[in-house]
Design a protein around this ligand. Structure first.
Ligand code: T4K
Length: 369
């Protein structure tokens, strides 16, 4: 980076852009085949490659994670009732429940993991509860075993909003294998992207067929309709970007790890800043760098956010406010004081593979008292 770049904006994230000529080579194939969508060859190739990379049984591509989350309920035959979920997430999680005419029931989070607190789930279960929609927030695994135990005891389905977990592994393998269904995001701001996109992870080929039909209007063969579905398909240009990204993904995650370590070396010991600790995750993806700003820090979360902005560093308050504080969700009620508190203290610092050492130093100069 040259000195002239010193005041250029630093965003919270930047997408990985593989060499253009390699993408053009994929485009040439698409131009030749003239198959642009409806599960073409690149779509099929990417599903197979992702199942392998993520260590999961079946991958069904979607146009976005939100579309996948919306389809997850009808695919599991959940058409009415309550869904237990976390208030500490991006709105898409709760929106997907609402759009299915289901009722979100918000359960507070664990202040250490910022994921739904399993010890509070059972108190929220009623005869109307149908499912738990949990989020592996920032790519940090939920307590999947506790959630599975509760679900089994009360005969509930488990869906994971796995938007943040691309490439994350726990002791048993790919994190996205957990739950009845798991949905990843391949949005431009994610560790792995297809411009826009997502994928639903299914346990077997029978469920995968249901998903494939649902995302294609519910069509079954040429003349049948197995469900009243919608159009949630991924196009070939997006699948091409995914196939290309896969060549670079390990390198990208390694660069993210470098940024994570740099922040730790520079900011550990700064009073009042609680840094994310991904050291217990067998394979982390360093998707976000969420810092919790505590009272003893010399500035409030909002003050440090404004200072960063003044220095052209565009950090983000992911995830503020807590979903229960968004006007349209207030009607659903739910007291979640820990989520509210954490949402008021969190700031996500820039983290992406291309973030350079001089850029990191610029951020650290503002963060350090
Ligand atoms: N569940 C969870 C837990 C999620 O976090 C998300 C999405 C979803 C579900 C739904 O996934 P999708 O349906 O989108 O697949 C962004 C993303 O739009 C959203 O995908 C993401 N979570 C959320 C956490 O962040 P914004 O409104 O903050 O994005 P935006 O446009 O302000 O982008 C942030 C920064 O990224 C920009 O300042 C610059 C950089 N950027 C962004 C884009 C779009 C680029 O450099 N290039 C780009 O193309 O929501």
């Amino acid at each position: 980076m040259s000195d002239q770049d010193n005041d250029k904006p630093i965003y919270v994230t930047r997408p990985v852009m593989p060499p253009l000529e390699e993408y053009v080579a994929y485009l040439e194939g698409i131009w030749e085949r003239k198959f642009l969508t409806n599960c073409g060859v690149l779509h099929q190739e990417l599903e197979a490659a992702l199942s392998k990379y993520l260590g999961v049984n079946e991958t069904a591509l979607f146009s976005s994670c939100m579309a996948g989350l919306m389809a997850a309920f009808p695919v599991l035959d959940i058409t009415k009732g309550e869904v237990i979920t976390t208030p500490f997430t991006f709105v898409a999680t709760a929106n997907a429940i609402h759009w299915n005419n289901l009722t979100p029931v918000f359960v507070d989070i664990d202040p250490n993991t910022l994921n739904i607190d399993p010890s509070k789930i059972e108190a929220a279960i009623t005869p109307k509860t149908k499912a738990i929609l949990a989020v592996h927030c920032y790519g940090r695994p939920c307590d999947v075993e506790a959630i599975a135990r509760i679900a089994k005891k009360h005969d509930l389905k488990v869906i994971y909003d796995a938007a943040h977990v691309f490439g994350v592994e726990d002791e048993g393998g790919g994190l996205a294998r957990h739950g009845d269904l798991s949905v990843l995001s391949f949005h431009a701001t994610k560790v792995f992207h297809t411009f826009e996109g997502g994928a639903m992870i299914a346990p077997d080929a029978v469920i995968k067929k249901r998903i494939d039909e649902f995302k294609n209007f519910g069509l079954s063969g040429e003349t049948g309709l197995s469900a009243i579905g919608f159009n949630g398909k991924m196009a070939e240009v997006n699948a091409a970007m995914g196939l290309l990204q896969l060549h670079y993904i390990d390198e990208a995650i390694n660069h993210r790890a470098r940024v994570y370590r740099h922040y730790h070396e520079a900011l550990t010991g700064v009073e009042g800043l609680a840094l994310p600790d991904f050291s217990q995750i067998r394979r982390a993806n360093y998707a976000y760098f969420p810092v919790i700003v505590e009272g003893v820090y010399h500035k409030s979360r909002d003050e440090i956010f404004d200072d960063l902005q003044a220095n052209n560093i565009i950090a983000r308050k992911y995830f503020y406010p807590s979903i229960t504080d968004f006007a349209p969700f207030k009607a659903y009620g739910g007291e979640c004081p820990i989520s509210k508190k954490m949402a008021a203290q969190v700031i996500c610092l820039p983290i992406y593979p291309d973030l350079s050492t001089p850029q990191l130093e610029r951020i650290i100069r503002v963060m350090k008292p």
